[in-house]
Ligand binder design. Sequence first.
Ligand code: GDP
Length: 329
Amino acid sequence: MDEGWLRAPLSLAGKRIWVAGHAGMVGSAVCRALAGESCEVLMVSRDRLDLREQADVRAWMKAHRPDVIVLAAARVGGIGANAAYPADFYHDNLMISANVIHGAYACGVEKLLFLGSSCIYPKDADLPIAPDALLRGVLEPTNEAYALAKIAGLKMAQAYRAQHGCDFISAMPCNLYGPGDRYDLRGSHVIPALMMKAHEAARRGDDVLSVWGSGAPLREFLYVDDLAAALVFLLKYYSGSAPVNVGSGDEISIGDLARKVADVVGFRGGLVFDCSQPDGVYRKVMDSSVIKKAGWLPQISLDCGLGLAYADFCQMAFGEIKTAAVAES
Ligand code: GDP
């Protein structure tokens, strides 16, 4: 096996596992994946603990004593949110990483899993992107703040392993989607944004759907429950310094993706490409062969996952309508 893979898995049974960011798309999928592990899942809401506040994080960790942490909390957003709020992306992500990683060391946490993203890699990295491409080139400017904050977190996890012997590991997922995604047109990533737009366009009977950029960029997508299964797999079987890429390996152009989303939603009109909006990096498919060779494989195809994501979107949208109707009555 490659360096860092354990012959005997770490048992999660009976462990107190803190899913930091449990309410987000990734965190809630991790909670679902941990449900079968006979462990105790710790969660704390954002109202009760602001992860950007060092003293509060330390006090909470001392009081609740997690054995394992999955650090899924982050300020995330699509290409529009990254361009509009770079200071927030730096500040929040640096603070969350520093507070939770140092707190995990100070509280003697047994294992921590830090989550990054494929955007940490240089924009001109050789494809598919392997972890050793890190810091070998210039970053994609449309998400530089998020990427640099995540690189700092990943390097910090490595430094605590090197200096203090902490079992801190990192995973780098490709573009994610699925239940619990963020649906707001300016801040969302491409799949939830297109789903919302196509849903509204179908409802109104529009002739065209506007897609940002040229439609040519290629992206690799992974359904979030497949990622969560990979993260539980890494907690059990991986204990190395190198970040582990987690992707489907399948690329699709934004234009083809938009057509698929339109079909799922039942939008029969045409697509128009709004080239006043940024394309971002052209391709960023990752080399995820390390985790695939070790035994994890994605289970949910893009077609199936888009259907599941749309069902979640509809449930959320109908919930909103109901709430609004109750409020008015
Ligand atoms: P990225 O992978 O970091 O670039 O993040 P996004 O998911 O925000 O964008 C992926 C690609 O989808 C980019 O080329 C966007 O221009 C394109 N895209 C097309 N329509 C939309 C949209 O409505 N919202 C977003 N966020 N991206 C879109």
